[in-house]
Design a protein around this ligand. Sequence first.
Ligand code: ZN
Length: 391
Amino acid sequence: MTSTLVTGISTLVTNDPALGEGPLGLVRDAAVVLDGEHVAWAGPASAAPAADRRHDAQGRAALPGFVDSHSHLLFGGDRTEEFNARMSGRPYSAGGIRTTVAATREASDEELAENLARYLAEARRQGTTTMETKSGYGLTPEQESRALRVAARQTDEVTYLGAHIVAPEYADDPAAYVDLVTGPMLDACAPYARWVDVFCEKGAFDGDQARAILTAGQAKGLTPRVHANQLSYGPGVQLAVELGAASADHCTHLSDADVDALGQSAGTVATLLPGCEFSTRAEYPDARRLLDAGVTVALSTDCNPGSSFTSSMPFCVAVAVREMGMTPDEAVWAATEGGARALRRTDVGRVAPGARADLVLLDAPSHVHLAYRPGVPLVSRVWHRGALLDA
Ligand SMILES: [Zn+2]
């Protein structure tokens, strides 16, 4: 194994308060030693140990690779016309998830795999080194399981979302679709997934249906995460906390009881997805209210062809700061360590000895520039599992 000393770092975000100042564990004039696939050392450059190779960051800021804990990248087609109509104030009746379901069912395994690889690479160029992704556009046992099989070859965070919407074939009998999702479809999908998810929302799955779907997944060894309280108030957040879900995602419409439940939960992260509100001209979730209540907050892209077609974590950081009451420090933490907590990972989202060697350099002297310079491609270098990308 070859070790690399990355030195000349103006400001290093470690997310380890034992290594530096504040919750971000900030170290000025810093260095990091990567050894194989892991971080061997992080701290002040003046105290750095020797290594086989040396990379001079020339005053750039460094931070852990982003952890994007919520995306939907197993799909065919796109929804350009739907987005264009929405942003142009024109009605567009043929859109929605069903459009993507039809296109995904027609796509070959190879097309799905190439599509996923393209978006994972696109995200990595923007600093994302861990990415969760979900099924949910196949909605049959065969289609959902082949999507998850494709996903499991490319990412280790795979989520079964057979309960995205009721499949068109079951529009008149949603109870029978829940039986399918909790029965044969789950059996076909569980071997490829770590997580089970449900879209708990009016028009999708109600609280009782969501509970049945999540507990069936738990019985097969999957851990719940929930699309909760996105479009309206509802039972999703409380259900997520009650079942010990890793994450309640969206959290746009929350009662005080929902916020309290998240604040007192043992490990349910509130994952906020600002790309979605941005791309649908909707009201943003109130991150400030959650943070002030002691809730652990993650930021994620929700990258999908309908409601949030961005793979950019820097974009989400900038919007969260501008629109959701987060400080730049809080947003950067939420996009790295917050995402790791939402995926119950301790090996990513931080730059500390033993962590995976996922490191990002910015063409900027500070991580604050991610919000200060929105839309600017600041990501300069990305190490993923110790390998320097495009080097
Ligand atoms: Zn989603």
